[in-house]
Design a protein around this ligand. Structure first.
Ligand code: RB5
Length: 151
């Protein structure tokens, strides 16, 4: 799969590691920045990754900031994006299987690179289960439509 990657300055170093992990796991990382420790604003990179997915340039995305939270909040403002900030492997897997999440958000100040590897592996290794979960994901899309989202 093609995996769009984004981070702010707080997530930069872990994002660089995640790019290597993604490659080792047999996927193609698409690094959309940031490219240094210089201070930047996380919403700018959440939008880059979201747009890459919506354009069909990437299949899934991974965003890294200090906590993962600002990235998830920002990405979830984009209709069609379902971003989950997780720090345990059960949730990383379940959010693909149940929520059809298309963006994984990781907090570089929350998890180390060992756990980040397990989160990425669990997320990329899981698939949406469909079935009863389809109705619930459709209801999330209905919320987007009701409150102004287009997709
Ligand atoms: C940057 O200091 C920090 O606020 C950001 O990386 C992130 O944790 C926000 O949610």
């Amino acid at each position: 799969m093609r995996i769009a990657l984004g981070s702010d300055h707080a997530g930069f170093r872990l994002k660089e590691e995640v790019a290597g992990m993604v490659r080792e796991m047999g996927h193609e990382p698409i690094d959309l920045g940031t490219y240094s420790d210089e201070s930047v604003d996380y919403p700018d990179f959440a939008v880059k990754v979201a747009e890459s997915i919506l354009a069909g340039d990437a299949d899934l995305g991974i965003l890294v900031c200090g906590t993962g939270l600002g990235m998830a909040m920002s990405a979830n403002k984009v209709p069609g994006i379902r971003a989950a900030a997780v720090s345990d492997t059960f949730s990383a897997r379940a959010t693909r299987e149940h929520n059809d999440a298309n963006v994984l958000c990781i907090g570089a100040r929350v998890v180390g690179s060992g756990l980040a590897r397990d989160l990425v592996s669990a997320f990329l290794g899981a698939s949406f289960e469909g079935g009863r979960h389809v109705r619930r994901v459709e209801k999330m899309k209905d919320i987007e439509k009701k409150f102004g989202g287009a997709r």
